[in-house]
Design a protein around this ligand. Structure first.
Ligand code: ADP
Ligand code: MG
Length: 305
């Protein structure tokens, strides 16, 4: 028996005026998984999430969520989904609890259930002691956690998070990661966008890398690393001008030079390391290849905005 995907997209196209910003992408999200959309600014990630939620009409293609066509059943889909938008939009005139209560009323959650849920969710995001505080008194990290709690008020099956940790400090980011993992563990389906590769590597079962409205590749993080880059990387700092001498024919690696750093991608870093270890003024880092290497290879190293 095949498992019905939570989100199924075929040939999705979105245009703004005469510019096509999503260019025929396809993907399928199975239930109880975390699925990531990675890409530089302007890649089309937010637009894609908005189409999934029926907030932005598609210009062409086929898009089903919970097996329902987004074009005609958007409001039903939104009732069963939770949303963490890219920019927090909590109501500053109200307290933490009031924000949750007002949001809950959009979903017709019965009062006793809502009261219980608010209490549980504030504990879940560690904001119980701020329940009666105004939004303006919360730090950025607290507001983000509250937005996540708010997205859960209707006990959604699907949670859509647009850059959930952008701008958070490491403590807050780790806390959000732990909460997202626990939601996934409890059987929720998560869709998230990010431009933090470490985040995607830690959270996503499967992901697409997008740029300029197209999917460049798709797969589980480790599989993408294996497919696109050599397993070991040696970064040589302050070595750009000495690269040629260091990387002569005796060393088998693919190199990229960015500013004063040389990246050497290789299947075996030992010969290179033997050669450079102890060389004066040369700082190097030997590490396993990661998703960021894939991302840079696929989307390019030039600045995006
Ligand atoms: N409402 C809009 N009107 C016109 N252009 C838009 C609108 N929303 C997004 N875009 C454009 O679509 C492209 C993709 O944007 P977006 O989906 O926000 O990218 P991402 O979330 O990956 O950074 C960008 O070039 C952006 O300027
Ligand atoms: Mg965006």
């Amino acid at each position: 028996m095949s498992i019905e995907p939570v989100v199924e997209a075929r040939g999705l196209i979105k245009r703004f005026k005469d510019e096509t910003v999503v260019k025929g992408i396809e993907f399928s999200v199975p239930p109880a998984k975390c699925f990531g959309f990675l890409g530089p600014n302007g890649a089309g990630k937010t637009t894609t999430l908005r189409m999934i939620l029926g907030q932005s009409p598609l210009d062409a293609g086929d898009l089903h969520v919970f097996g329902l066509p987004v074009r005609s059943r958007g409001s039903e889909i939104r009732q069963r989904a939770g949303v963490v938008p890219q920019i927090d939009n909590l109501d500053p005139d109200f307290t933490v609890v009031e924000n949750l209560r007002i949001y809950g009323s959009y979903f017709n959650v019965p009062k006793p259930t809502l009261d219980r849920r608010i209490k549980e969710l504030l504990e879940f995001v560690e904001l119980a002691d701020r329940a009666d505080k105004k939004i303006t008194t919360l730090s950025g990290g607290m507001q983000r956690r509250l937005t996540i709690a708010r997205a859960l008020i209707n006990d959604p099956e699907l949670i859509v998070l647009d850059e959930p940790t952008t701008g958070l400090d490491p403590q807050a980011r780790h806390m959000v990661w732990a909460r997202l993992r626990s939601l996934r563990q409890s059987g929720k389906t998560l869709l998230l966008t990010s431009h933090y590769m470490e985040e995607a590597e830690r959270l996503c079962d499967d992901l697409v890398i997008m740029d300029h409205g197209k999917i460049l590749d798709q797969g589980p993080p480790r599989a993408l690393v294996k497919r696109h880059v050599e397993p070991e990387v040696v970064e040589l700092r302050g070595a750009a001008d000495r690269a040629a001498e260091m990387l002569d024919g005796s060393v088998d690696c693919r190199t990229e030079i960015v500013g004063d750093t040389v990246y050497c991608y290789t299947h075996n870093a030992r010969p290179l390391i033997q050669k450079i270890d102890g060389v004066d003024d040369l700082v190097f880092l030997h590490r396993p290849a990661n998703l960021e290497d894939v991302f840079m290879k696929l989307t390019g190293r030039e600045l995006k905005d």
